[in-house]
Design a protein around this ligand. Sequence first.
Ligand code: EPZ
Length: 434
Amino acid sequence: MECLVIDGGYGLHGEIKVQGSKNGALPVLAASVLGGRSVIHNCPRLTDTDSSLEILRMLGCGAVRNGNTVTVDADCVPRCDIPPELMRRMRSSVIFLGAVLARCGRAIVSAPGGCELGPRPIDLHLSAMRKLGAEITEKDGLVCCESRGRLKGAEIVLPFPSVGATENIIIAASTAKGRTTLVGAAKEPEITELADFINAKGGRISGAGSDVLVIDGVEAAGNCEHTCIPDRIAAATFIAAAAATGSELTLSDVCPEHIAAVISVFEKAGCRFETKGGKLTVAAPERLKAVRFLQTAPYPAFPTDAQAVTAAALATADGVSVISETIFGSRFRYLRELKRMGANAESEGGIAVIRGVDRLRGAEMHCTDLRGGAALVVAALGAEGRSEIRSLRHIDRGYESFEAALAALGAKIYRNVKNETADTIDVFREASGV
Ligand code: EPZ
């Protein structure tokens, strides 16, 4: 089985360009179904974005990738059903619901997949589509949404600022008849990015980044060119890697304001940050200080997606850190794997207690989910000895050329591919200096 081999205990140094945002690109790709031609730059090369391209092609759109630029042609969208096999690949397949419904007047989907982080219902998405005038029937695991003609603007109140539901509502309402007012919207930067993308296609969305959005429906979406924002969670992951290895790293193509809460936590842990010329430098102390209490919450608070990589860095901090996870019910499963390295960490419900140990030891581990997998990599970089990390499909969903990026920063890391021969391993080892 494919694995990442990491010889830990080496410092990182140099500069890294942060990839385009996965969670920004996915709704943008879905919204491209609304119509016209979309040229999307800085689109990260990930299995999740590849799955979106597959869905687009299956719907009958043109979808071509050239490096980090993707071109989607949605002049004609002949199909409105997404097969369960494609829906299961990732959670954000559900964002196609609003897009396909708005474009075709009908959408047939099944329950979406994605990381196992506890229950992830889509009730908020469905009730919002009903408010916009869709009739929804559920049968044999399929959800069939239908609107007679265009959707109709409505007043929608979200009881919780769900990122995905906000995205689905923005997309569906953008070509609805009349005005939609959404109260209780998510405020994540990816929401603002989506609104900017649709506005560039002729949409009329205001208020993105606040909790009240006003969406005036337009008849059709046109052509546009868009550049994906930097991935704030990838940035947080490199900061955590610097913190776990006592290193100094510079991140380019980064929005420090998008990760203010992450920066503030790592400052409490003893890291120093400097912003200069659009770049962010993090300098970590030899040993971090524990963070007494850290709670995840919707943006602009500390992101749940950066929780695991932060915990990995805190595993060797001086003192006891307490983390409260408020977004997802089961987002501490990676702690089980971290303990194989000697971490002293326990969780109960939404609370984890991490007692910093002197050092972690390399171990064999399995990724439990995307960010949990990244956390194991972060921990292994700072650990003593060799680690082997398996189930890499999780990491490949969200990190572009992860091991190459880390190796360029001086990490001793390589991917040991399936059916490898001793020769191939040697070539990898030589290339990465392991
Ligand atoms: C998005 O997921 C992100 N995914 C997640 O990132 C991120 O963890 C999450 O937002 C929170 O920030 C993408 O953007 C593709 P939610 P999403 O709807 O939209 C409950 C990563 O690691 N809820 O804000 O699925 C839900 O169960 C991924 O990159 C309902 O109850 O998140 C959860 O407890 C993982 N009913 C909470 O809301 C609904 O209809 C937050 O979910 C919808 C959500």
